[in-house]
Design a binder for this molecule. Structure first.
Ligand code: PMP
Length: 373
């Protein structure tokens, strides 16, 4: 343990949070209908649409984790018997397939090899074979550190009249995001990653087309808490500065979100994405120099928010992880069931800076030398 009394948190969420964000979490909690809070909530909804680059979208802020945001999209857009296509690049694609089945979807999964993406031709082929209502994909799969290019998937969605749902839990505010331009219908995330707020917020922006699809449902939404019938008027009220109530919002987390979104927009999305890219490239170069191999097969598909790294030959993974656990840097184990014991993960998003990268590399070097001896 360092003299600071804490370790450097370098996992792919939760991440290290800015002191200004943490400070408001400890401020006295106000009423969820207090004018200041209504203004904060409205600002958050407006700033989300800026970060997502979706000016005509409908933003939702819910108490819950990223899985709730996934659930909200599934619950509101799927009716029993609808066909859904899941483009899976890892663990979280599998989760989406299971989730959509709960709402009665007939799910087809297109699954990539670990570290790879699904070919666009395979997606187009599937769209030609079946009339899907919706397709989901994971922008950055946190189990593989593979990033998928949303633009051509958005285009396919438009061309084939299929709604597109982007799981951006490990990408939004760390990777490029142009929801409107790309034609993505739902882009969802959670607070604890590149958004920079402790766990507890499920965040989502829905396109006019997604809202239209929800309005045209023939059956009620099969999830009471997630139902947009309950939440749309609440979000609209907050944006218009009026008090409203359905379920008590997480007041302090929303106040923290306002601070973090302001910091994100002050940095500017372009500069922020460039910073993530620079630091990720620096981290990967150092990792490669040390003789490690990355899970993403193609460097162009390597995420800028985290890295997934195979243990080198001759190193026992559990020994390395045990040695890292004694260091001042916290990293994450593997997550993909089949490869779990063969790799580890390092998050580098949000407030991350160059010294964090250097400290992490140094800790990894030291752990390696300890387990090699
Ligand atoms: N999707 C992705 C890509 C994720 O990385 C995660 C969390 N690691 C989730 C979904 C689920 O989010 P949560 O753990 O906040 O429910």
């Amino acid at each position: 343990m360092t003299m600071k009394g804490r370790k450097l948190l370098m996992i792919p969420g939760p991440i290290e949070f800015e002191p200004q964000v943490l400070q408001v979490l400890g401020a006295p909690t106000t009423s969820h209908t207090a004018p200041d809070f209504i203004s904060s909530f409205g600002n958050c909804l407006r700033m989300m649409k800026q970060v997502w680059e979706c000016p005509d979208g409908q933003a939702f802020i819910m108490a819950g984790s990223g899985t709730l945001a996934m659930d909200m999209a599934g619950a509101n857009l799927i009716e029993p018997g609808d066909k859904a296509l899941v483009i899976s690049t890892g663990y979280f694609g599998e989760r989406y397939a299971e989730l959509l089945k709960r709402y009665g979807a007939e799910v087809t999964v297109l699954k990539s090899e670990p570290g790879e993406t699904v070919a666009l031709s395979a997606i187009e082929n599937a769209l030609n074979t079946n009339k899907f209502k919706l397709m989901t994909f994971t922008h950055v799969d946190t189990s593989t550190a593979v990033r998928v290019d949303p633009k051509p998937i958005g285009e396919l969605g438009r061309r084939y009249g299929v709604l597109t749902v982007l799981d951006g839990v490990c990408s939004v505010a760390g990777e490029e995001m142009r929801q409107s331009e790309w034609g993505i219908d739902v882009a969802l995330t959670a607070s604890q990653k590149a958004i920079g707020v402790p766990p507890g917020l499920a965040l989502l922006v829905a396109s006019p087309r997604a809202m239209e699809a929800w309005k045209n449902r023939k059956t009620p939404v099969g999830n009471y808490y997630c139902d947009w019938t309950n939440w749309l008027t609440i979000m609209q009220a907050y944006e218009e500065g009026r008090p409203s109530y359905f379920g008590t919002p997480p007041v302090n987390l929303v106040a923290a979100l306002e601070v973090s979104l302001k910091m994100i927009l002050d940095e500017g999305m372009e500069a922020r994405v460039a910073r993530h890219k620079t630091l990720a490239t620096e981290f990967r170069r150092k990792i490669n120099d040390m003789g490690f191999q990355l899970l993403p097969v193609n460097e162009n598909n390597a995420a800028n928010t985290l890295s997934a790294i195979y243990f080198p030959e001759g190193i026992t993974g559990s020994d390395f992880m045990a040695s890292m656990a004694k260091s001042d840097v916290i990293i994450a184990p593997g997550l993909l069931p089949d490869l779990k014991s063969k790799y580890f993960r390092v998050g580098h998003m949000g407030s991350v800076n160059s010294s964090d990268i250097v400290s992490t590399i140094a800790a990894i070097e030291k752990a390696i030398s300890q387990v090699r001896n």
